[in-house]
Write a new protein. Sequence first.
Length: 651
Amino acid sequence: MSGVVRNWLQSVPIERDGISWAASLCVHLSLLVGLALAWQHLPSKESGVVLSSLDAAEAAADLQEVQYSEATGTSEEVGSNGLQGTSMALATAPNLADVARIETGHMEASDIGQADIPVIADLSSAPNLNERLAVAGDAGVGVKGAEGAVDRITQEILVSLDERPTLVVWLLDQSESMRAQRNAIEQRFDHIYKELNIIQSRGADQFIKHGSEPLLTGIVAFGQEISFRLKSPTDNLEQIKSAIREIPVDESGIELTFTAVTEAARKYQKFRTGNPRRNVMLIVVTDEAGNDEDRQEGAIDICKRYAMPVYVIGVPAPFGQRQAFVHYVDPDPQYAARDLPVDQGPESAMPENVQLGFSGRDFDPLAAIDSGFGPYGLTRLSVATHGIYFAVHPNRPSGEGKAKGTADMAARMNQFFDPSIMRNYLPDYVAPRQYEQLLKENGARAALVKAAQSSMVEAMDRPRLMFPKRSEAGLKQELDIAQRSAAIVEPRLQDLYGILKLGEKDRAKLTGARWQAGYDLAMGRVLAMMVRTSAYNTMLAKAKGGMKFEKDDSDTWVLTPADEVTATSALEKMATQSREYLTRVREQHPGTPWAYLADRELKEPLGWKWTEKHVGYDEPRKNNGGGGGGNPNDRLRKLEKPKPVRENVKL
């Protein structure tokens, strides 16, 4: 605009009368200012999201109508996975730049007839996303947890209906372990349509705008195969419920979850571009991570292309590991219940937690702890498409949930964490190539993941602590046998330490609380187990050199855990380093899985000491009689045969 004024001024003859010239200048400036103000108030064309492969002219004409509205999947209230309502379904916050990275996507020019139009807005700046990704389940039975998630999704459906007619596609896992969940959801459809009938009876705008069928429902079942249970989407409640009831159980143990999402998106994409144009929401209900994670990228791409948010009613991923143990109760009562491994994790693209066992009596090797998130692939699918992942577990309390009370068909979880704290520890939801780049950028990250990929290293298998001394030769033989336990574990721990040590120089460069906590915990725990194992071995070697009892009646040496590490100066230094790492985790990351494990590790002594006692192994045992006394019911119980276990059960 300033160039126009300058050109005009240059055209004005300087010999004109000053008054006439000034008057002309004022008039023209007024016109120019008026034009500028009018220009600012012209309606602007905002760039939107094109959802189908239309030609350039049609895409330009329909751009604003076809674009995906953030309001479709956004609500001011947070989600609910259980009876406590919205208070339990808090979210993680991907908009914390130094915590996690979430990739954004672009459509190819050939898809829409014009270049480089973003499909999904940059999630790192989405203002409400940190209130959308639900990671908390609820206390109670599994059905109630599922119902709460469905209620929260009902709110999302109503928000979508406020914008345009909507198709909701339910994708239901066919496995035996999901039978109760499917039944609960079938019953919950009454609630969903009751909500809609109430709104319809009040003459809500969406029913006036969209006609008599604002909401259609599709049902898809998946296991080893994918089947569409309705010929076409319907609003007939009885047909919908009947379709769910008739889903057969798939006993293959295979869940093609991402394939099902991809096929559903392909089949129903016509509803995104048809007349009337509908929003399409995909809702996956499953208790596993999926056996076709290689199809993850394709599922994300097509759902982003057609702006179909994916909601998942799933399970919490076990912290840093792929498998959790589910308390399986056989439908046939003649077979015994047992714990079976199921793929429900990990919560990150690759395991980021070094798996080490504990040696305490209260340690349950089958019980995991909650990671605070769902399995990586399905959670990333939800995040990338602006959906929600609901991690539902029937044992989730406000505090600690003991595995002893694990509900039927639920994973054994020992501990759960506050989602408002875990939002600062969001995994990096990025494509595989971007995750690989993160590892290349920092040696500490790469070392942590490499160490975590190593097989599980258990603590010494029931280390022997009592050694009766019947003779010097006999004691030496017992000590030699005990050292074998340490000899098995020590080399593996040294390998893990060597891997982590290579990344130590880059520890100071780590950004993001999740990576910092992960590396420090791994280093602290590996060092602690190395100290305990090496100190144990050293103390056994010391005993083989000869020790004398101080008391005349002592006949047994007892190795007792001790806080002091007196074996060697090198072990003392390692013990100090271990405590420094673990203390930093506990103090800087309270209320997280990392702090929970660090605190538990710090409570276990690192050293050992010899004590003596009288056991009387060589004394004759007292005869308790055998006159047939005792409770006859106890003898009957001993005679009862245990129930058989069904073989080849696949969940």
